[in-house]
Each structure stands twice: as structure tokens, then as C-alpha cells.
Write a protein that binds this ligand. Structure first.
Ligand code: ZN
Length: 427
């Protein structure tokens, strides 16, 4: 992370202000502007943590802040410590402490033993612009706090960013949720990670969610999540094009000379639209490009030179081929719509399940026409496996949807995400 000081601004400043607030400081408005109030908070934080109190977030302060951003610390047991006392001191439910330390023997604790202590706040923030860095930290934070979540890397983006996957459960019926194939649609990433966090928390505490029992779901299902398929595209949208970007010159050409990427860029960093890059009537997608004014790499709708030409779509397809998914959902924005068909390949049960999804989310069922119906992930999944594939378009408005829509989107989707693994058992 870069050094932050008075006058800095941006999404990293929002994150810092946000974590100070979660820790109980009063940083003022969470506005991404490092003003006097933020500086005072940094100084207080530095004093509290025996750091040089200069009000600047340099490497040393950042190192201490990182554990609060990740949401846990490594705690060395002292004489007289019990897990209940530690939980009490950290305002934490004991089951969350036990979850974070699987296999710990509570009657044989040793002085000097290091355990993981989660902080009493949530890791996944739903009020910040969700860059790759934020997503990565949340994934690592969730993995440490809930080690039953298995994190793997399915591949790398063009720029070498990890394509993370999360796995919850060991049941025989596997489902797969993915998000942010498109750069502008990054709001779908915190949707899936917030769901993972709430689900893992309820699972640990033995609570139901909306009447669904997470423990029952994870006995019979395995839920896989890839929260950000297109991290290079997301970061271009959220951070803009900096001079040192390895594709600086090409991106400007592909964007027809415009420097604005934040309201237009859906593709990966080579200008290929990943959701037109799967092998399902791909040639039709390709042929249709000129009618959309597409003649090569660009912000949207360029299908690439071949199906799976891009490392991101290839990784998603490989990941899918290496599993036995009964049901997949690809999250996009926007429209409050559910797409559930592909040509004449749609399985018989899809309509009934789409109706259920529509009922619990309030979203409309849509059967597409034209180019949107070719070469997308769910098209490919239905085409190749003849199983249940859905594209869900969350929210309403112009992409990128503002994070202020998050809470409605999450409320609309939570039951659907709980129900999908169960519906997959019956097919
Ligand atoms: Zn999309």
C-alpha cells in the first residue's frame, strides 16, 4: 500500500477510515479524503500502538493496521488465559474463537501457544469500492477466521492477479457462484463474499439464516465461489489508467482515445469481453460484432480471437470442467433479471427453479434474444453439461452501480443463495 497522509484521497483512504471506525475510533465521515480528522485519528492510533505519532500511514503504521484490516490477530497465550476470558476481552462469541482454531484442546492450553483471535467486527466491507486488493484481503481474512473455508487459486489474470476460489462444505452436490466477469460490475464481488461471511458466521454459531440451516447445507452440498473473475478490469474501472500501467498505450487506443474507463470498461485488460469468450455459439457472437460497431479489442463485446483465449475465462472453464457442478450462477449487474435458458439445451427443471429464484428475489425471468445470448459462461455451462446455469443481473441503474445499492442487492439475493444448493439436490 502507498503512503497515506493529509491530502491523500482514494479508495484506500476510505478503507482506512472505515477500519478506524470499526475499531471504535471517530475518524469522521468515510469519504476517502484524508483530512485533519483522519490525521488526528491516525495519530491517536499510533499512540495507542506505540508507533511514532506523526499522523502519516507509512510502512510501520500500515503493518500494524494490516491485522485490523484482515480482522484477526495472532495472540500468544499468557498465564491464566482461558478461551472464555479471551473471547470476553475481545467482545467475541466463543464459537467464533473455536472456529478460528480448529482442533484446539481447551483443557490443554499452553503458555506461549499462539492462537488466532478474530476481531468482533465483520471483515467484508459493504460501503467501499471493491478493488482487487480489498477483495484479496477479505478472502485471506475470511480464510483465517473461518479455516473451514478452503481458499485456492484457480488461475491468474493477464496481469498476474490471483483468481481466488472459496470452497465451503464437503457434500456431494456441488454448486458454483462467480462474480465480476465484467469490470464495471464489481459490486457483485462483495455480494458473494458478504454471503460467504454471513454464512460462515451462522454456521459457526449454529444459527439458521432465513430458516435455512448452514450446517445442513454444508453436509449435503459443497459451495464454490469465485468472487472476482476479472480483477484487472475491475481495477481499471476503480483506479483509472495510471501512466505506469503495462497496457497504457494499447488501452487508450482500444478505448478510442478516451481516458475515461470508469464508466465504460467491461472487458479484461486485453480488451476481450470475458462473457463473450466461452465456447457456446461463439462464432455467432463473433459474427455479430460489426453490427455493434465492434472491430477489435475494446471496452465491451469483443469476443476475442478464439473461445477461452483469455486466462480468466480459461481458468473459469477449467475450474468448471474439474468439478461436477449441478448448478452455477454467474452474477452480473444490472437489471434485476434472471437468465436461465440457452437455445434448446436448457434442462427441463430450469424453469421451475428460475421461478423459485424469481419469487424469493423479486427479479424477473428473462429469455434473451440476439448477441447477449451467445458465448457467455452460463450459455457454455448449459451447452456443455446440460445442467442448471443462471445469469443474474443485480440492481438497477447505470453501471457501475454505486455501493449504496449494496444493501438492497444483498437482501434480494441472500435467500436465493441459500436455496440454490438445496434445489440442486433434486435434479
Ligand atoms: Zn455483465
Amino acid at each position: 500500500m502507498r503512503t497515506l497522509r493529509q491530502g491523500s484521497n482514494g479508495s484506500d483512504v476510505i478503507e482506512i477510515q472505515n477500519v478506524f471506525q470499526k475499531m471504535g475510533y471517530s475518524p469522521g465521515p468515510i469519504d476517502g479524503v484524508f483530512g485533519l480528522r483522519t490525521q488526528e485519528t491516525v495519530t491517536r492510533f499510533q499512540t495507542d500502538n506505540n508507533l511514532r505519532a506523526d499522523g502519516i500511514i507509512g510502512p510501520n503504521t500500515h503493518k500494524v493496521l494490516l491485522k485490523f484490516l484482515l480482522g484477526y490477530e495472532n495472540y500468544t497465550l499468557k498465564s491464566g488465559d482461558t478461551l472464555s476470558l479471551i473471547a470476553h476481552k475481545y467482545h467475541l462469541n466463543l464459537p467464533l474463537l473455536l472456529t478460528a482454531n480448529p482442533g484446539i484442546d481447551i483443557i490443554k492450553l499452553r503458555i506461549g501457544q499462539v492462537i488466532i483471535v478474530p476481531y468482533a467486527y465483520d471483515v467484508v466491507d459493504t460501503n467501499v469500492n471493491y478493488t482487487f486488493e480489498t477483495m484479496e484481503r477479505d478472502v485471506l481474512g475470511l480464510q483465517s477466521r473461518y479455516p473451514f473455508i478452503k481458499v485456492e487459486i484457480a488461475g491468474k489474470s493477464v496481469l498476474g492477479k490471483n483468481l481466488y476460489t472459496l470452497k465451503m462444505g464437503n457434500g456431494p452436490v456441488e454448486v458454483f457462484y462467480n462474480a465480476a466477469h465484467h469490470g464495471l460490475e464489481w459490486i457483485t464481488s462483495p455480494l458473494l463474499l458478504k454471503f460467504a461471511e454471513n454464512f460462515a458466521k451462522a454456521h459457526s454459531e449454529g444459527r439458521k439464516m432465513r430458516g435455512y440451516d448452514p450446517r445442513d447445507i454444508l453436509k449435503q452440498n459443497t459451495i464454490y465461489i469465485m468472487p472476482m473473475v476479472n480483477p484487472d478490469g475491475v481495477d481499471l474501472v476503480l483506479k483509472g489508467l495510471r501512466r505506469d500501467h503495462p497496457f497504457y498505450d494499447q488501452l487508450i487506443v482500444w478505448n478510442k482515445g478516451r481516458m475515461n474507463f470508469g464508466t465504460v470498461w467491461q472487458a479484461n485488460i486485453r480488451g476481450v469481453d470475458l462473457n463473450h469468450n466461452y465456447d457456446a455459439s461463439w462464432e455467432l457472437s463473433k459474427q455479430a460484432e460489426p453490427t455493434y460497431g465492434v472491430h477489435g479489442p475494446g471496452p465491451t463485446r469483443f469476443s476475442g480471437t478464439l473461445p477461452e483465449s483469455e486466462p480468466e475465462s480459461k481458468a473459469v472453464a477449467d475450474f468448471t470442467r474439474n468439478h461436477n457442478f449441478k448448478l452455477v450462477i454467474a452474477y452480473h449487474s444490472q437489471g434485476e433479471e434472471i437468465y436461465w435458458t440457452f437455445e434448446d439445451k436448457t434442462p427441463a427443471e430450469a424453469q421451475r427453479i428460475a421461478q423459485l429464484f424469481s419469487r424469493v428475489s423479486g427479479y424477473a425471468m428473462v429469455q434473451p434474444t440476439g448477441m447477449t445470448s451467445f458465448a457467455g459462461y452460463k450459455d457454455w455451462f448449459i451447452d456443455k453439461f446440460r445442467k442448471l446455469g443462471f445469469t443474474i443481473e443485480v440492481g438497477l441503474g447505470n453501471n457501475p452501480l454505486p455501493i449504496s445499492q449494496f444493501s438492497k442487492i444483498y437482501q434480494d439475493q441472500e435467500e436465493l443463495l441459500l436455496m440454490a444448493p438445496i434445489t440442486a439436490r433434486s435434479v
